[in-house]
Write a protein that binds this ligand. Structure first.
Ligand code: DOR
Ligand code: ZN
Length: 346
Protein backbone atom coordinates (compact mmCIF):
# COMPACT_ATOMS: atom_id res chain seq x y z
CA UNK A 1 0.00 0.00 0.00
CA UNK A 2 1.39 3.39 -0.93
CA UNK A 3 0.31 6.20 1.33
CA UNK A 4 0.36 9.83 0.28
CA UNK A 5 0.53 12.62 2.83
CA UNK A 6 -1.91 15.52 2.93
CA UNK A 7 -2.47 18.37 5.35
CA UNK A 8 -5.02 17.83 8.14
CA UNK A 9 -8.24 18.84 6.39
CA UNK A 10 -10.61 21.61 7.50
CA UNK A 11 -14.41 21.39 7.66
CA UNK A 12 -15.89 24.86 8.11
CA UNK A 13 -19.47 23.68 8.68
CA UNK A 14 -20.41 21.04 11.28
CA UNK A 15 -23.12 20.68 13.91
CA UNK A 16 -21.61 18.95 16.93
CA UNK A 17 -24.81 19.41 19.00
CA UNK A 18 -23.20 20.14 22.37
CA UNK A 19 -24.77 21.49 24.50
CA UNK A 20 -28.44 20.82 23.82
CA UNK A 21 -28.59 17.52 21.95
CA UNK A 22 -25.77 15.34 23.21
CA UNK A 23 -27.96 12.29 22.65
CA UNK A 24 -27.13 12.65 18.94
CA UNK A 25 -23.57 14.04 19.06
CA UNK A 26 -21.15 15.71 21.45
CA UNK A 27 -17.65 17.15 21.16
CA UNK A 28 -16.09 13.74 21.79
CA UNK A 29 -18.07 11.70 19.25
CA UNK A 30 -18.24 14.55 16.71
CA UNK A 31 -14.51 15.22 16.82
CA UNK A 32 -13.79 11.46 16.58
CA UNK A 33 -15.97 11.37 13.45
CA UNK A 34 -13.99 14.35 12.12
CA UNK A 35 -10.59 12.76 12.72
CA UNK A 36 -11.73 9.41 11.32
CA UNK A 37 -12.83 11.36 8.25
CA UNK A 38 -9.42 13.03 7.81
CA UNK A 39 -10.24 16.40 9.41
CA UNK A 40 -8.12 18.01 12.11
CA UNK A 41 -9.94 21.37 12.26
CA UNK A 42 -13.70 21.86 12.30
CA UNK A 43 -15.91 24.91 12.74
CA UNK A 44 -19.07 24.31 14.76
CA UNK A 45 -22.43 25.93 14.00
CA UNK A 46 -24.53 27.87 16.55
CA UNK A 47 -28.02 26.34 16.13
CA UNK A 48 -27.87 24.17 19.25
CA UNK A 49 -31.39 23.08 20.16
CA UNK A 50 -32.72 25.07 23.10
CA UNK A 51 -29.35 26.75 23.59
CA UNK A 52 -28.28 28.57 20.42
CA UNK A 53 -24.85 30.21 20.59
CA UNK A 54 -26.09 33.79 20.63
CA UNK A 55 -24.56 35.08 23.87
CA UNK A 56 -20.89 35.39 24.88
CA UNK A 57 -21.62 33.13 27.88
CA UNK A 58 -22.89 30.30 25.69
CA UNK A 59 -19.91 30.76 23.42
CA UNK A 60 -17.52 30.51 26.37
CA UNK A 61 -19.29 27.37 27.54
CA UNK A 62 -18.83 25.75 24.13
CA UNK A 63 -15.16 26.72 24.05
CA UNK A 64 -14.69 25.16 27.48
CA UNK A 65 -16.55 21.94 26.63
CA UNK A 66 -14.76 21.48 23.32
CA UNK A 67 -11.42 22.16 25.05
CA UNK A 68 -12.14 19.33 27.50
CA UNK A 69 -13.65 16.82 25.12
CA UNK A 70 -12.65 17.28 21.48
CA UNK A 71 -9.76 15.30 20.01
CA UNK A 72 -9.23 17.78 17.16
CA UNK A 73 -9.25 21.57 16.96
CA UNK A 74 -12.70 23.15 17.07
CA UNK A 75 -13.57 26.73 16.21
CA UNK A 76 -17.00 28.34 16.28
CA UNK A 77 -19.43 30.42 14.29
CA UNK A 78 -21.43 32.78 16.47
CA UNK A 79 -25.20 32.91 15.92
CA UNK A 80 -27.70 35.70 15.72
CA UNK A 81 -31.43 36.04 16.27
CA UNK A 82 -31.23 39.71 15.27
CA UNK A 83 -31.44 40.88 18.91
CA UNK A 84 -27.86 40.25 20.02
CA UNK A 85 -25.95 42.75 17.86
CA UNK A 86 -24.61 44.53 20.96
CA UNK A 87 -22.60 41.39 21.78
CA UNK A 88 -20.89 41.31 18.35
CA UNK A 89 -17.77 43.39 19.21
CA UNK A 90 -16.76 41.16 22.14
CA UNK A 91 -17.41 38.08 20.09
CA UNK A 92 -15.58 38.95 16.88
CA UNK A 93 -12.42 39.61 18.90
CA UNK A 94 -12.55 36.08 20.28
CA UNK A 95 -9.86 33.97 18.55
CA UNK A 96 -12.13 30.89 18.68
CA UNK A 97 -14.75 32.67 16.56
CA UNK A 98 -14.44 32.37 12.78
CA UNK A 99 -17.66 33.90 11.54
CA UNK A 100 -21.26 34.92 12.16
CA UNK A 101 -23.99 32.56 11.00
CA UNK A 102 -27.27 34.05 9.84
CA UNK A 103 -30.17 31.66 9.22
CA UNK A 104 -32.40 33.42 6.72
CA UNK A 105 -34.43 30.39 5.62
CA UNK A 106 -36.10 27.80 7.76
CA UNK A 107 -34.08 24.77 8.95
CA UNK A 108 -33.32 22.71 12.09
CA UNK A 109 -33.29 24.84 15.26
CA UNK A 110 -34.93 28.08 16.29
CA UNK A 111 -32.57 30.65 14.74
CA UNK A 112 -34.26 32.46 11.89
CA UNK A 113 -34.17 36.05 10.63
CA UNK A 114 -36.88 36.76 8.09
CA UNK A 115 -37.26 40.50 8.55
CA UNK A 116 -35.15 42.44 6.04
CA UNK A 117 -34.65 45.42 8.36
CA UNK A 118 -33.40 43.12 11.05
CA UNK A 119 -31.05 41.46 8.61
CA UNK A 120 -29.71 44.86 7.57
CA UNK A 121 -29.15 45.66 11.23
CA UNK A 122 -27.10 42.47 11.58
CA UNK A 123 -24.94 43.13 8.50
CA UNK A 124 -24.33 46.68 9.63
CA UNK A 125 -23.38 45.64 13.15
CA UNK A 126 -20.97 42.83 12.21
CA UNK A 127 -18.08 45.19 11.51
CA UNK A 128 -15.47 42.48 11.23
CA UNK A 129 -13.13 40.87 8.70
CA UNK A 130 -14.57 37.52 9.78
CA UNK A 131 -17.22 36.38 7.28
CA UNK A 132 -20.97 36.36 7.68
CA UNK A 133 -22.17 32.88 6.73
CA UNK A 134 -25.62 32.75 5.27
CA UNK A 135 -28.18 30.00 5.08
CA UNK A 136 -30.53 31.36 2.44
CA UNK A 137 -31.60 30.76 -1.12
CA UNK A 138 -33.15 32.63 -4.04
CA UNK A 139 -34.43 36.11 -3.11
CA UNK A 140 -32.98 35.84 0.38
CA UNK A 141 -29.55 35.09 -1.00
CA UNK A 142 -29.74 38.08 -3.37
CA UNK A 143 -30.68 40.30 -0.42
CA UNK A 144 -27.70 39.06 1.57
CA UNK A 145 -25.34 39.65 -1.35
CA UNK A 146 -26.64 43.23 -1.64
CA UNK A 147 -26.27 43.84 2.09
CA UNK A 148 -22.74 42.45 2.06
CA UNK A 149 -21.96 44.84 -0.80
CA UNK A 150 -23.51 47.83 0.99
CA UNK A 151 -21.58 47.27 4.21
CA UNK A 152 -18.43 45.78 2.61
CA UNK A 153 -18.77 42.55 4.56
CA UNK A 154 -17.28 39.21 3.61
CA UNK A 155 -20.09 36.80 2.81
CA UNK A 156 -19.88 33.01 2.72
CA UNK A 157 -22.84 31.25 1.14
CA UNK A 158 -23.36 27.88 2.81
CA UNK A 159 -24.38 24.70 0.99
CA UNK A 160 -25.23 26.02 -2.47
CA UNK A 161 -27.89 23.71 -3.93
CA UNK A 162 -29.53 25.24 -7.00
CA UNK A 163 -28.49 26.45 -10.42
CA UNK A 164 -30.12 29.83 -9.73
CA UNK A 165 -27.96 30.36 -6.65
CA UNK A 166 -24.83 29.34 -8.57
CA UNK A 167 -25.70 32.01 -11.15
CA UNK A 168 -26.20 34.72 -8.50
CA UNK A 169 -22.86 33.86 -6.89
CA UNK A 170 -21.07 33.78 -10.26
CA UNK A 171 -22.41 37.28 -11.06
CA UNK A 172 -21.37 38.65 -7.65
CA UNK A 173 -17.87 37.23 -8.12
CA UNK A 174 -17.64 38.81 -11.58
CA UNK A 175 -18.28 42.16 -9.89
CA UNK A 176 -15.39 41.38 -7.54
CA UNK A 177 -17.61 41.14 -4.50
CA UNK A 178 -16.22 39.52 -1.35
CA UNK A 179 -18.41 36.46 -1.68
CA UNK A 180 -17.40 32.83 -1.30
CA UNK A 181 -19.46 29.65 -1.46
CA UNK A 182 -19.49 26.13 -0.10
CA UNK A 183 -21.11 22.90 -1.18
CA UNK A 184 -21.94 19.59 0.48
CA UNK A 185 -21.45 16.16 -0.98
CA UNK A 186 -25.03 15.07 -0.37
CA UNK A 187 -26.09 17.84 -2.77
CA UNK A 188 -23.56 16.57 -5.32
CA UNK A 189 -23.93 12.81 -5.00
CA UNK A 190 -27.44 11.81 -3.90
CA UNK A 191 -29.49 11.18 -7.04
CA UNK A 192 -33.28 11.61 -7.20
CA UNK A 193 -33.50 7.79 -6.91
CA UNK A 194 -31.35 7.84 -3.75
CA UNK A 195 -33.46 10.62 -2.27
CA UNK A 196 -36.60 8.59 -2.93
CA UNK A 197 -35.11 5.39 -1.48
CA UNK A 198 -33.76 7.15 1.62
CA UNK A 199 -36.94 9.12 2.36
CA UNK A 200 -36.54 11.07 5.61
CA UNK A 201 -32.90 9.97 5.77
CA UNK A 202 -32.16 12.28 2.82
CA UNK A 203 -34.27 15.15 4.13
CA UNK A 204 -31.98 18.17 4.44
CA UNK A 205 -32.05 21.93 4.11
CA UNK A 206 -31.56 23.15 1.50
CA UNK A 207 -33.34 20.35 -0.35
CA UNK A 208 -31.37 18.12 -2.69
CA UNK A 209 -32.11 19.22 -6.25
CA UNK A 210 -32.53 17.30 -9.49
CA UNK A 211 -30.00 16.18 -12.10
CA UNK A 212 -29.93 19.59 -13.79
CA UNK A 213 -29.03 21.37 -10.55
CA UNK A 214 -26.43 18.73 -9.81
CA UNK A 215 -24.73 19.08 -13.21
CA UNK A 216 -24.46 22.83 -12.68
CA UNK A 217 -23.13 22.31 -9.15
CA UNK A 218 -20.37 20.02 -10.46
CA UNK A 219 -19.46 22.65 -13.06
CA UNK A 220 -19.39 25.38 -10.42
CA UNK A 221 -17.14 23.23 -8.26
CA UNK A 222 -14.76 22.63 -11.15
CA UNK A 223 -14.61 26.24 -12.37
CA UNK A 224 -14.05 27.77 -8.92
CA UNK A 225 -17.44 29.48 -8.51
CA UNK A 226 -17.73 27.24 -5.47
CA UNK A 227 -14.72 27.73 -3.22
CA UNK A 228 -14.86 24.90 -0.75
CA UNK A 229 -16.52 21.72 0.39
CA UNK A 230 -18.31 21.70 3.76
CA UNK A 231 -19.87 18.56 5.22
CA UNK A 232 -22.80 20.28 6.99
CA UNK A 233 -22.45 17.28 9.33
CA UNK A 234 -25.94 17.33 10.88
CA UNK A 235 -26.51 14.20 12.98
CA UNK A 236 -30.04 13.23 14.03
CA UNK A 237 -31.07 9.95 15.64
CA UNK A 238 -32.62 7.20 13.54
CA UNK A 239 -35.67 7.42 15.78
CA UNK A 240 -36.13 11.13 15.00
CA UNK A 241 -35.61 10.51 11.29
CA UNK A 242 -38.38 7.89 11.30
CA UNK A 243 -40.95 10.39 12.61
CA UNK A 244 -43.60 11.88 10.35
CA UNK A 245 -41.99 15.30 10.58
CA UNK A 246 -38.30 14.57 11.06
CA UNK A 247 -35.54 17.13 11.61
CA UNK A 248 -33.50 18.16 8.56
CA UNK A 249 -29.91 17.02 8.14
CA UNK A 250 -27.55 14.14 7.47
CA UNK A 251 -24.15 13.27 8.99
CA UNK A 252 -21.19 13.87 6.68
CA UNK A 253 -17.86 14.02 8.48
CA UNK A 254 -16.98 10.37 7.83
CA UNK A 255 -17.88 10.33 4.12
CA UNK A 256 -16.87 13.73 2.72
CA UNK A 257 -13.26 12.88 1.92
CA UNK A 258 -14.09 9.41 0.53
CA UNK A 259 -16.73 10.90 -1.77
CA UNK A 260 -14.22 13.44 -3.05
CA UNK A 261 -11.81 10.61 -3.86
CA UNK A 262 -14.68 8.87 -5.62
CA UNK A 263 -15.05 12.03 -7.73
CA UNK A 264 -11.33 11.84 -8.53
CA UNK A 265 -11.72 8.17 -9.38
CA UNK A 266 -14.56 9.07 -11.77
CA UNK A 267 -12.52 11.85 -13.40
CA UNK A 268 -14.71 14.68 -12.06
CA UNK A 269 -11.97 16.20 -9.90
CA UNK A 270 -8.22 16.01 -9.50
CA UNK A 271 -6.15 15.39 -6.40
CA UNK A 272 -5.12 19.08 -6.33
CA UNK A 273 -8.81 20.05 -6.18
CA UNK A 274 -9.25 18.16 -2.92
CA UNK A 275 -6.45 20.15 -1.31
CA UNK A 276 -7.93 23.38 -2.66
CA UNK A 277 -11.47 22.55 -1.47
CA UNK A 278 -10.69 21.05 1.95
CA UNK A 279 -7.56 22.94 2.96
CA UNK A 280 -6.29 25.95 0.99
CA UNK A 281 -9.59 27.76 0.51
CA UNK A 282 -11.11 27.01 3.95
CA UNK A 283 -7.85 28.16 5.55
CA UNK A 284 -7.72 31.37 3.53
CA UNK A 285 -11.42 32.26 3.74
CA UNK A 286 -11.76 31.67 7.48
CA UNK A 287 -8.18 32.56 8.43
CA UNK A 288 -7.55 29.21 10.11
CA UNK A 289 -4.25 29.04 12.01
CA UNK A 290 -1.49 26.59 11.05
CA UNK A 291 -1.43 23.26 12.82
CA UNK A 292 2.27 22.41 13.08
CA UNK A 293 3.40 18.75 12.80
CA UNK A 294 -0.06 17.83 11.53
CA UNK A 295 -0.85 15.62 8.54
CA UNK A 296 -2.95 12.74 7.33
CA UNK A 297 -1.90 9.87 5.06
CA UNK A 298 -4.01 7.73 2.77
CA UNK A 299 -4.08 5.68 -0.41
CA UNK A 300 -6.35 7.57 -2.85
CA UNK A 301 -6.95 4.41 -4.88
CA UNK A 302 -7.84 2.07 -2.04
CA UNK A 303 -11.58 1.35 -1.86
CA UNK A 304 -13.58 0.93 1.35
CA UNK A 305 -17.26 0.46 2.10
CA UNK A 306 -19.09 3.05 4.17
CA UNK A 307 -20.30 1.63 7.48
CA UNK A 308 -18.30 -1.61 7.33
CA UNK A 309 -16.26 -0.66 10.35
CA UNK A 310 -19.10 1.20 12.06
CA UNK A 311 -19.51 4.93 12.64
CA UNK A 312 -17.93 7.31 15.09
CA UNK A 313 -20.85 9.74 14.92
CA UNK A 314 -23.30 9.01 17.73
CA UNK A 315 -26.23 8.95 15.33
CA UNK A 316 -24.76 5.77 13.81
CA UNK A 317 -25.93 6.02 10.21
CA UNK A 318 -25.08 7.61 6.89
CA UNK A 319 -27.08 8.25 3.72
CA UNK A 320 -24.05 6.72 1.95
CA UNK A 321 -24.12 3.49 3.96
CA UNK A 322 -22.88 0.61 1.78
CA UNK A 323 -21.33 2.90 -0.88
CA UNK A 324 -17.87 2.08 -2.14
CA UNK A 325 -15.65 5.08 -1.59
CA UNK A 326 -11.89 5.59 -1.73
CA UNK A 327 -8.95 6.92 0.25
CA UNK A 328 -9.90 6.48 3.88
CA UNK A 329 -7.47 8.23 6.25
CA UNK A 330 -4.98 5.55 7.35
CA UNK A 331 -2.93 7.91 9.50
CA UNK A 332 -3.87 11.15 11.25
CA UNK A 333 -1.27 13.08 13.24
CA UNK A 334 -2.20 16.28 15.07
CA UNK A 335 0.65 18.38 16.51
CA UNK A 336 2.89 15.35 16.61
CA UNK A 337 0.32 13.09 18.28
CA UNK A 338 -0.95 10.04 16.34
CA UNK A 339 -4.75 9.92 16.41
CA UNK A 340 -5.36 7.39 13.65
CA UNK A 341 -3.06 4.46 12.88
CA UNK A 342 -3.74 1.77 10.26
CA UNK A 343 -7.17 3.34 9.72
CA UNK A 344 -8.20 3.06 13.37
CA UNK A 345 -8.56 5.72 16.04
CA UNK A 346 -6.00 5.13 18.76
O1 DOR B 1 -30.25 19.94 6.90
C1 DOR B 1 -29.79 20.75 7.69
N1 DOR B 1 -29.55 20.40 8.99
N2 DOR B 1 -29.55 21.99 7.30
C2 DOR B 1 -29.21 22.95 8.16
O2 DOR B 1 -29.03 24.06 7.75
C3 DOR B 1 -29.14 22.67 9.61
C4 DOR B 1 -28.85 21.26 9.86
C5 DOR B 1 -29.05 20.83 11.30
O3 DOR B 1 -28.64 21.55 12.22
O4 DOR B 1 -29.59 19.75 11.52
ZN1 ZN C 1 -25.62 23.51 8.67
Amino acid sequence: MSLTRFPGFIDVHVHLREPGATNKEDFTSGSRAAVKGGFTYVLDMPNNPGAPTITPERLEEKIRLAGQKAICDVGFHYGTDGHNVNTFPTVWQNPYVYGLKAYCDHTTGELLIEDEMQLEHVFKAWNSEKPILVHGQGETLSTCIELAQTFARRLHVCHVATKEDVEVIREAKKKKQLVTAGITLHHLFLSPADVKRLGNFALVKPEIGGKEDQNILWEALQDGTIDLVESDHAPHTKKEKKRTSPPFGVPGLETTLGLLWKAVHEGKLEQADIIRLLYDNPKKIFNIPDQPATYIALDPKKPYVVGHDGYETKCGWSPFDGWELYGKAETVVLRGKTLVQAGRLV
